[in-house]
Design a protein around this ligand. Sequence first.
Ligand code: MN
Length: 308
Amino acid sequence: MPGEIENSEIVRDPRPVVRKFLARQQQEGLGAIVRRSIGRFELKYFDPFLALDEFSVTAPAGFPDHPHRGFETVTYMLQGAVTHEDFEGHKGTIQAGDLQWMTAGRGIVHSEMPAAQGTQKGLQLWINLSSKNKMIEPRYQEMLSKDIAEVEKDGIKVRVIAGDALGTKSPVYTRTPTMYLDFTLKPGAHLQQPIPVSWNSFVYVLEGEGIFGGGDGGGASKLSSVTAHHLLLLGSGDGLEAWNKSSKPLRFILVGGEPLGEPLAQLGPFVMNTQEEINQTIDDFDNYTNGFEKAKHWRSEAAIALGF
Ligand code: MN
């Protein structure tokens, strides 16, 4: 196509868009607004992904003290800042462009609250852990914006949060093999990004309008034109093909992960394999055992300030 910018990655069998959702706004936490795509009733689980929220939080709203077990939360800030405090005494603030990759493992109790004026925006992805990793010790991987590899080529900018793109690899260690790429395509840019064939993958559009899907652009029925706040589930193939045929920048995330193929038992922020394990988790949380010991005498500073 004339004027189209090509990059050098080869995708021979581009993945089609098999489902498309608009992530509508809903209330979560304490007065926070989220656009949930994965994790809502039509799409309870997209193995290994449990939830994707685009959140919007203005003080005094937020996510005061709450637990997690059995999976990972990946928080990527788009605007403003959020302060995180947990029951181990770990405390930190992530700002626009920063990332926190939290492995809850056997148990975390924490708060996530606005840390700046105005509205804080970001994405939070929940990635399931395999049965052998559900009860591991909690761990954090935090990356400041300046430490996230950013590569630009042929009208395509990518921030490599996990996995690799345009020859650059992220240092983030993912227990469940995962790729997480933040792409911005200039008008006219054409992307081909390989994705391991056995993985599940999706796109979430943050800004602008893009064309996604299989084929060479000739089969209109195979292509999908998409605007912000839409989630696209990709079918089988060896990569993503996307075009920006608009006059404005197109920004989206591409996320892929190796399916675990295990039974799922979930009660809100507890994600295990069986109902028995969920019952055990409720007992552990109620009795401060098996990883929840430190929850007994802990309240976040944020919760205390709110009068909890
Ligand atoms: Mn949380």
